[in-house]
Design a protein around this ligand. Structure first.
Ligand SMILES: Cc1cc2nc3c(=O)[nH]c(=O)nc-3n(C[C@H](O)[C@H](O)[C@H](O)COP(=O)(O)OP(=O)(O)OC[C@H]3O[C@@H](n4cnc5c(N)ncnc54)[C@H](O)[C@@H]3O)c2cc1C
Length: 375
């Protein structure tokens, strides 16, 4: 890879977007400094499922970006000793219509190794859904899990060991061409990247105010650690996830399924609920989620929404330990115009990279590689 010895970069934000760019610039010979307002990243990147999720991306550039990210995640986890589990994913069908949509998708995504599993094949996978009379499931081999709450700090630690300078607990108050002001001091660099996640008010607030961007708040839970030796197998979703991901829109029967949910469970659609579960290295099960959009969102979680999530989870999965150990919420930046990222240059040499929505863990490393050609 061609290096640019002597070039310098400042990155604002130590979430996955900032870290992915720190990695890609480091590999290209930049001297990189990362500024993070908190003593450690505590934003969307540590609050998520840690699902690296190519199955949610449509064929073409986004799927390729997701697979490139997955490759980088895997390589980085191996290099830095970060836990990951390349478990793949299952979408469990509890109705004939869900089964039809999944069979259509299995046909459309054969080239990805996606397959329809019969109920018997599903049971043979040892999955958490097998006790549930599911009609079958959509299996995909490409999904992997990282433990986000550890992995983000570990990626930062690994980058630091490779020479990236981190300024934790240091908010950037102002940015401009070739410079930032942070903690009352001035810093200079050839390139400034603003990867500030759901903070739209501190740097370039006027640009954020005009951008097609909003926030999405999600409620999440963790079930207590499962008995020693229990492994839930692939990450698991219910049918509602079929209407959540772009890649599934290609199924001819999806419209009928959406209409069915709208009629049968309108409160789930109103709360933006679809239910996913995966297992952490300590045996807990991460479960979510709900979706609420807007610039001003209540900080108060709705217990009722969490109950709906758990009720729906019970319809397609069961776990030996079902007690809820933790609840939390998280916010990500979401574009309102259907775009998958917002990359803008408010001043020469200063770039904002934001708006990856619910797919930042899946797409950031690949996006950072693509954008490196731009700087
Ligand atoms: C509950 C939940 C579940 C999700 N599940 C998944 C999933 O399973 N798979 C997936 O692919 N994606 C998932 N996502 C989406 C993914 O987490 C986000 O797309 C991604 O984390 C966004 O990364 P980011 O770096 O832009 O934001 P953040 O992680 O929020 O990082 C931005 C950072 O910038 C810092 N910052 C902001 N302003 C300043 C400043 N002025 N000075 C210094 N520092 C500043 C903040 O403190 C913060 O640490 C989920 C998101 C949530 C909330």
């Amino acid at each position: 890879m061609q290096t640019l010895q002597g070039k310098t970069a400042i990155i604002v934000g130590a979430g996955i977007v900032g870290l992915a760019h720190a990695r890609s610039l480091l590999l290209r010979g930049y001297q990189v400094q990362v500024f993070e307002r908190h003593p450690a990243a505590v934003g969307a990147s540590i609050r998520n499922f840690g699902m690296v999720w190519p199955i949610g991306q449509p064929d073409g550039p986004l799927y390729e970006r997701a697979m490139r990210s997955r490759h980088i995640w895997q390589e980085l986890c191996q290099q830095a000793g970060i836990w990951y589990d390349a478990v793949g994913s299952l979408h469990a069908a509890t109705t004939a219509l869900e089964a039809t949509v999944m069979q259509e998708l299995a046909g459309l995504y054969q080239h990805r190794g996606v397959r329809w599993l019969s109920a018997a094949e599903l049971a043979a996978k040892g999955a958490a859904s097998h006790r549930h009379h599911c009609q079958g499931a959509l299996w995909s081999p490409t999904e992997m899990i990282v433990e986000a709450r550890q992995a983000i700090g570990q990626v930062a630690g690994w980058l630091q060991a490779q020479g990236v300078a981190f300024h934790f607990g240091t908010a950037v108050a102002e940015a401009g061409s070739g410079r930032v002001v942070a903690g009352g001091r001035h810093y200079e660099a050839d390139l400034v990247l603003i990867c500030s996640g759901a903070d739209f008010e501190t740097i370039y607030p006027q640009h954020f105010a005009q951008a097609p961007i909003t926030r999405c708040q999600l409620q999440m839970m963790r079930l207590a650690a499962q008995p020693a030796g229990y492994h839930m197998g692939p990450a698991l979703c219910g049918g509602l996830s079929l209407i959540h991901y772009k890649s599934f829109e290609a199924a001819p029967s999806l419209g009928a399924l959406r209409a069915h949910y709208q009629q049968q469970m309108p409160q789930y659609l109103a709360a933006g609920i679809h239910v996913m579960a995966c297992q952490s290295p300590t045996g807990e099960i991460t479960v979510g989620d709900t979706h609420e959009y807007g610039l001003h969102l209540t900080p108060f979680d709705r217990a009722e929404w969490n109950q709906w999530v758990l009720q729906y989870l019970d319809s397609f999965a069961s776990f030996p330990q079902r007690a809820v150990a933790q609840t939390w919420n998280g916010q990500y930046a979401k574009l309102t115009n259907g775009a998958t990222e917002w990359v803008a240059e408010p001043e020469p040499g200063v770039w904002v990279v934001n708006g990856l929505g619910g797919a930042g863990m899946t797409l950031s490393f690949g996006l950072a590689e693509e954008l490196a050609a731009k700087w």
